[in-house]
Design a protein around this ligand. Structure first.
Ligand code: RBF
Length: 212
């Protein structure tokens, strides 16, 4: 009996969420980089398709998936600090040497490209592939628990972009890079980009006490 594929996976939302005012961070691990690159590209493609400006997409990398939670936590916190500071706080009185017009006077507002808002969503991307030891189980469990905790503690959506695959082929297929009988598969990075825009939009609205 063949499986009905229509019941599985993400159903397209009725609403095309508008990302044009959102700021989104992507943090990705570098283990299994070929797969990671495809997932990040898929996420960025959908963020842009939904209107997120390139200047509002920040991409950082960490060594492995185990490092993703700390990166998400610090980037969310750092984006709030950046927003709370203004340009003159940071540059006023400094002399960078080299520019005769910048000699200890406060910097004009807007002189530095400071972001104006905290992240509306963070996408954590990693690829864990089961090996011979128990590492896989420990990392999968701790990373998923920690990412959930960060989004609940901060109120900023953290999109779970971590593939936990038993084989290389499972991971490749979930990044649209399949090489087996199942074809290329589907790039889940695209879903994560869409999820970031949808959840970022929801949380902004919910924070203002507005509900559907
Ligand atoms: N990181 C990943 O992102 N994916 C993996 O599949 C992965 N497998 C690992 C297997 C072993 C045996 C070890 C020691 C580390 C692995 N890591 C993997 C790296 C891990 O997430 C982390 O970067 C390092 O343990 C350093 O904290």
């Amino acid at each position: 009996m063949s499986t009905d594929k229509t019941i599985k996976g993400l159903v397209k939302s009725d609403v095309d969420y508008d990302g044009s005012s959102l700021r989104v961070a992507i943090v990705h691990a570098r283990w299994n980089k070929v797969i990671i690159d495809a997932l990040v590209a898929g996420a960025v493609e959908k963020l842009k398709e939904r209107g997120v400006k390139e200047s509002n997409i920040v991409i950082e990398s960490v060594p492995g998936s185990f490092e993703l939670p700390l990166a998400c936590s610090r980037m969310i916190a750092g984006s709030h600090i950046q927003t709370g500071s203004n340009v003159t706080d940071l540059l006023g009185g400094l002399n960078f040497g080299g520019s005769p017009s910048r000699t200890g006077t406060p910097a004009p507002a807007g002189v530095a490209n400071m972001p104006s808002q905290p992240f509306d969503a963070v996408i954590a991307i990693g690829v864990l592939i089961k090996g011979a030891t128990m590492h896989f189980e420990y990392i999968c469990d701790s990373v998923s628990q920690a990412l959930m905790r960060i989004q609940l503690d901060t109120g900023v959506p953290v999109v779970f972009g971590v593939l936990t695959a038993l084989t290389d082929d499972q991971a490749l297929e979930r990044a649209g890079l399949g090489r087996g009988a199942n074809g290329k598969g589907h790039n889940h990075g695209e879903d994560w980009g869409l999820a970031a825009v949808e959840m970022g939009s929801h949380v902004r609205r919910w924070n203002q006490g507005q509900f559907a």
